[in-house]
Ligand binder design. Structure first.
Ligand SMILES: C[S@@+](CC[C@H](N)C(=O)[O-])C[C@H]1O[C@@H](n2cnc3c(N)ncnc32)[C@H](O)[C@@H]1O
Length: 187
């Protein structure tokens, strides 16, 4: 999650937790199956992982830090040793740390696509795909499949106070998609 030019201090490790409805929007459009192994590699306190599990998938969690729930493994998704990688999950779904100018988010997207031949779904800022330097993820990426604009804003504070920024799900598939779809979702 991004806190834009403002006086807000960023949360340590970019820990902004995703309200369950936002993950449900993704899963309504792109359901998971009972046999699916989904990797949540920036799992935080498992708000997203728990929803994916409730929808039927087997969810493997990792993060650089433990908050309230233990993960399957502690792992730095950007700099962690490659020999500890989860072998090809069916999907990677997460709300990654964004970092300055979204640099961490871009790296997460690149690495997630390398590490998963199936579906990759990332919750990012609504204009994340506008960057000219991100064409390799969207315009020039045959796997890019869909963008789901969230019509409601997520409360990152977890207190119902609505955030100030719009977000969207970006979804890449296993194959080649001639047309990327624009979808909309709300609570
Ligand atoms: C925006 S929070 C999202 C948490 C959770 N996915 C959710 O949606 O509720 C980002 C998470 O990324 C983790 N994180 C930050 N840098 C990371 C890295 N290099 N590798 C793995 N996880 C990282 C943080 O600890 C934090 O839990």
């Amino acid at each position: 999650m991004t806190v834009t030019a403002s006086n807000y201090a960023r949360a340590a490790n970019d820990l902004y937790q995703t309200e369950p409805w936002a993950t449900e929007v993704l899963l309504r459009h792109f359901p998971v199956c009972r046999d699916d192994v989904v990797w949540e590699p920036a799992a935080g306190a498992h708000l997203m992982a728990d929803v994916i599990r409730d929808y039927g998938a087997f969810v493997v969690t990792s993060d650089i830090e433990v908050y309230t729930k233990g993960h399957h493994f502690i792992w730095d998704f950007i700099d962690g040793p490659a020999d500890q990688l989860l072998p090809q999950p069916h999907a990677i779904i997460t709300n990654p740390p964004y970092g300055k100018q979204n640099r961490l988010a871009v790296r997460f997207a690149e690495l997630a696509l390398e590490r998963c031949d199936g579906m990759v779904a990332l919750l990012l800022t609504a204009k994340f795909d506008f960057g000219k330097t991100r064409r390799h993820l969207f315009q020039n990426n045959p796997r890019f499949m869909a963008k789901i604009a969230l019509l409601d804003r997520i409360s990152w504070a977890g207190n119902g106070e609505t955030g100030t920024e719009d977000h969207a799900w970006y979804v890449w598939g296993p194959g080649t998609y001639a047309v990327a779809h624009m979808l909309w979702g709300a609570k």
